[in-house]
Structures are given as C-alpha cells and as structure tokens.
Ligand binder design. Structure first.
Ligand SMILES: Cc1cc2nc3c(=O)[nH]c(=O)nc-3n(C[C@H](O)[C@H](O)[C@H](O)COP(=O)(O)OP(=O)(O)OC[C@H]3O[C@@H](n4cnc5c(N)ncnc54)[C@H](O)[C@@H]3O)c2cc1C
Length: 385
C-alpha cells in the first residue's frame, strides 16, 4: 500500500499552498489528490483574484497581513510569478451608516498593523475617478496594497514548488472513503487504490461537506453560485484603477486585460451546485454598472465569455480550519466564503504549523475551529463581496 505523511484532498489553491508550506518545512512525503484531469477546475480557476486586507474582523485581517506580503514576494520565494498587482481596493460609501462602518473597520485594520489603508472623502473619490457618478458618495476607504493576483498562476507556483520539494500530485483520482481506528485516521481509499496515512486535510472547496462526510464529520459549508462578466476592450476608464466597490448595492469591478471584470452578488441566488452562467445576469449587472459608471453604458460584453463558479459559504463567512473534533488526524481547510485565494498563503502556513507542531502563532486557531458552531462562538465577517 502507498503511504504518505499527509494526504491533501483537493488540488486547488488551498491544497497547493498547504503542500508548499509543509514541504518547505521538511515534511516531504505529501500526496495531493485531485479528481479532475487538471488543477483549477474548482473555484480557483473561476476566481476574480482580488486580494485585500480591508476586512472587519481581526482574524480575517491577520490572515491578509500574512497573505498579501507573501503574494508580493511570491516570485522571489517560489521562483514562479503570481502576477500580484497592488492597485488597491476602493470602497465607496453612499450613506453615513456605511461610512461609520468603514471608519470602524479602518480603526480595527490600523490597530492590527495595516499600514496603507486610509479613509477618503467623497470629493477625493470623484477627483480620483471623474467617470464615477459620485453625487451620493459620501466617502470611502482605500488600501494601496490590496489588489489582484492571478489565482491559476499562484496555484501553479505552489504545486510546482511543492513537487520540487518532494510532494506528489495525483490527478484524475477521486478520494472515495476515509478509514479510521480508535486513534484516528488510518488511510484513504481512492480510485487509484488505498493510501495509508495518519493525516488527511480536506481541501475540497465547495465539495468539502461531501469529503467531510466520508470521515463522519458534519461540515456547515454550502456552495453558492457567483457569476463574473468580462467586458470587451474599453479605454474610457483608467486601467490603473483599483477594485472599486459600490456599497449601495455591492456592484464591483476591476481592470482585466484591456477591458474590465464586473461582479455583483445577486441576492436572489440560492445555495446549490449551479455551475451554469445565467444569461439574464448580464442585464442585471450592466444596469448596475451603468448606474455607477455612466460611460459603462458603452461597455460591450460577450455573454459567451462570462462564467460562473462556486463560493464555499459558512454561516459566519469565516473559514473552518484545524482538526475535526473527535476525528484525530482529519483536518479542515474549508469554507472560505469567497476569500480562499487571498487567504491561501495564511491557510498553508496555519495548517502546516498545526500539522507539524500542533500550534500556530499566525492566528488563534480556536476562533476558526469547527466547534465554534456547536459552542455558539460565531464571529461574523461582514465585509463580504
Ligand atoms: C466567481 C468567483 C469569484 C471569486 N473571487 C475571489 C476573489 O476575488 N478573491 C478570493 O480570495 N477568492 C475569490 N473567490 C473564492 C476562491 O476562488 C475560493 O475560495 C478558492 O478558490 C478556494 O480554493 P480551494 O482550493 O479551497 O477550492 P477549489 O479551487 O474549488 O479546489 C477544490 C478541489 O477539490 C477537488 N475535489 C473535490 N472533491 C474531491 C474528491 N473527493 N477527491 C479528489 N478531489 C476532490 C475539486 O476537483 C477541486 O479541484 C471567488 C470564487 C468565485 C466562484
């Protein structure tokens, strides 16, 4: 029987980052198992690639404070590019209540050590981007080290470097069962045979609840469809722009190639494994786009280039990290609620710390344990796009 010190189920950006951090710390017999014929077919390849530290809770901010500098040094550390572009995130508030919310978050972010975030006034926003309809914008917040990465490149960098450090990737292989004895996990069954191991990490993204069930664990992670619409080349808005978030309705956009990538969280969406792009979404999002950026009325989009993917939602919009209660050796890195790309570096570090030393300094891991749901210790992240 094949043996591995650690088996990682799912070869998206999270599994790849954990494999990298383990092998970088001399734990080299790591096996990553991916059911698809190539990596990135889950949420990682569908992501908008936004990275930001502008969150509301200390633990989300801490994860970004590790991850964003990591992305900034990615090529130096790993030898592969991740295309980090620090163009910022600009949140635009359209009411005093939203501005007070941004101010509270700003205070928390600065307290946690974030350096490049600042509050901006409404008139500053309109002078930065005269193309925005700014009559109702009362102010905002901007962080210059927020920005974007290419998730596919980052995932590829993590896995390629892990392989050079000793990890093995099995593609086209499904994990079908997790076996345990009184001391915990003993092996996983796969479509390529059994693998003996004492440590299994669930990195199955939106499918994490199914994989957790294999170990008898009930995981509150639900898939939720998100759709993105890229535009054709467009030069009437600067390509140096940050991710701009219209807080009146959640519409946001960023430059992508020679055009723009548009996103909006449709409140009518319901949980489920819906992967198809709904053409009716184009009109919904373009209405919001033209409302905030009048020149976007001239934006051309080809619905055939738009796509849908899955967020992996938890009830409090924080991930679930660490060992599953009652199942020694079965670890969780799930439920990123739309933040799995930006928090992948921190997750790799936290999980490898927990696996190799049983503790981590990066965050207080008890905050993100699965038991928070049964112990009524939910910590709500409200800065979710
Ligand atoms: C439209 C959209 C926009 C997004 N925008 C952003 C953003 O701007 N910033 C950000 O940080 N995040 C964003 N996200 C979220 C982000 O993409 C995810 O949080 C992240 O990719 C999760 O990575 P993962 O590795 O956990 O999951 P995935 O990339 O989904 O990888 C999980 C893998 O597990 C495999 N798998 C499942 N079951 C099994 C099994 N039984 N055996 C073997 N393999 C299995 C799957 O095939 C899959 O490849 C976005 C997501 C979407 C859909």
């Amino acid at each position: 029987m094949q043996t591995a010190d650690v088996v990682i189920v799912g070869g998206g950006i999270v599994g790849s980052s954990i494999a990298y951090h383990l092998t970088a710390n001399d734990c080299r017999n790591v096996l990553v198992i991916e059911r698809e014929s190539f990596q990135g077919k889950g949420s990682t390849g569908k992501s908008m690639g936004g990275v930001r530290a502008q969150f509301s809770t200390p633990v989300s901010i801490q994860m970004s404070l590790y991850s964003i500098p990591f992305y900034a040094e990615f090529e130096e550390r790993l030898g592969y590019p991740c295309d980090y572009r620090p163009q910022g995130y600009l949140f635009c508030a359209t009411s005093d209540k939203q501005m007070a919310y941004l101010r509270t978050n700003y205070t928390q972010q600065v307290k946690m050590g974030l350096k490049n975030v600042r509050l901006v006034q409404g008139h500053e926003i309109s002078s930065m981007f005269s193309q925005l309809r700014a009559d109702d914008i009362v102010g905002g917040s901007f962080c210059s080290t927020d920005g974007f990465v290419d998730p596919y490149s980052a995932m590829t960098g993590f896995i390629t470097r892990s392989a050079a450090q000793g990890a093995t990737l099995w593609k086209n292989t499904v994990v079908t069962a997790v076996s345990r004895d009184a001391n915990g996990v003993t092996s996983v069954e796969t479509t390529r045979g059994s693998v003996s191991t004492r440590k299994v990490v669930n990195c199955a993204g939106a499918w994490a609840a199914d994989v957790a069930r294999l170990a008898g664990v009930d995981l509150p992670v639900q898939p939720l469809r998100r759709m993105l619409v890229p535009s054709e080349p467009f030069d009437e808005f600067p390509h140096t722009a940050p991710m701009i978030v219209d807080m009146s309705n959640g519409f946001h956009f960023r430059p992508e190639a020679r055009g723009f990538l548009l996103a909006w969280n449709d409140p009518e969406e319901t949980p489920g494994f819906k992967m198809d792009f709904d053409p009716a979404f184009v009109e919904k999002i373009l209405t919001r786009a033209a409302d905030r950026v009048p020149c976007f009325a001239n934006l051309a989009v080809n619905p055939k280039r738009a796509w849908a993917g899955l967020y992996e939602m938890t009830p409090d919009h924080h991930p679930i990290l660490g060992e599953a209660p009652g199942v020694p050796g079965f670890l969780l890195a799930n439920g990123f609620s739309g933040h799995g790309v930006m928090h992948a570096p921190a997750t790799g570090k936290i999980l490898s710390d927990l696996i190799l030393t049983g503790k981590t300094e990066l965050i207080d891991p008890s905050l993100l344990s699965l038991s928070r749901f049964t112990e009524n210790r939910l910590i709500h992240e409200t800065a979710v796009l």
